[in-house]
Design a protein around this ligand. Sequence first.
Ligand code: NAD
Ligand code: GLY
Length: 348
Amino acid sequence: MLSLDVRIPKKEYKIYLQNGLYNCMGELLEGFVKNKKVCVVSDTNVFPLYGNVVEEAVKEAGGDVFSLAVKAGEEAKSFENLEYLCREIIRSNFTRSDVIIALGGGVVGDLTAFCASVVLRGVTLIQMPTTLLSQVDSSVGGKTAVNIPEGKNLVGTFYQPKAVFIDTKTLETLPEREVACGMAEVIKYGAIRDNSLAQKLLTGEYEIGEVIKTCCSIKAGIVENDELDKGERMLLNFGHTLGHAVENYTGYGTYSHGAAVAIGMCAITKWSENKGITKKGTYNTIKLLCEKYNLPTQIENLDKMTGAAMHDKKRSGNKISIVLIKQMGESYYEKVDVSLLNEIAREV
Ligand code: NAD
Ligand code: GLY
């Protein structure tokens, strides 16, 4: 089994990673769930696939388990579901020493983590991510959220899990569109921090568990330095500002988050390469990677979409942080005038 540490002072935790982990994690879980009440939160797609094996593992580890499932989809990240989860959990006579497990993709992960951070003012949370995106990104680092009509992820907390259990076998049932979505974030890690990861992705010669471990280790390193997203963590938003503009303008769900991020990564790198900020050939590498993993690389009328950036969390006053690549694996962020986004969108 692969494991790695997230070393946030006083909030250290481990990420465990193995193909088939859910079938052999009973002993590992014991330290977290023995003699505890355990609520597994999942969604209507994931629970029928993996709910049973996780419940059995919790029982084997001495936990008293019950489960709740929300309707699958982004809409599940709502105040309504947050209230539903909190009330069901309280009704079960949950105590502060009990445990919540988030079993699903980033939607279940963000919603459940938010619930764990506020119910009884905070209970133990374990993340069991089942999508590529959640395995390489959202299950690590402690961002929790629900959406409101004014925008996505605008209400939430920072709350670290006590452990992350990644069973890569769950990816076997993941729809293609969701695999591509996760690959956009994997490409992002290659672009911002790890050229050798990018090269492996280009050749296609890699083992997915190793790739996930590399991504988690990059994310862990960044979050250890900047848990509360005030500096270095912004690098994780490479391609995301323009990506959010695409998602917002076209209507959430038209382009998957990963597809929108791919368009954003390509657009900003094409612009920065034209300006001489980025080493020649970098745009082509990112474009090739996106094409290889079934992601779009451009969109018509991007300049009409950038108005959405006014509501971006990364904006303060008229300034917004953007992430730029010097060359594959080397990135930095800087605050720029929001209007620069229009310029970028017009020029690419
Ligand atoms: P998701 O949770 O909606 O999952 C995608 C779809 O796949 C859903 O229909 C789900 O039911 C299904 N599914 C999940 N696992 C499956 C499996 N193993 N087999 C078959 N079907 C499966 O989407 P996602 O892409 O995992 O997460 C997106 C969310 O993550 C967004 O809300 C985004 O804001 C959030 N996010 C959070 C962070 C963070 O740091 N907290 C980072 C990135 C994204
Ligand atoms: N996915 C961005 C972050 O965790 O900061």
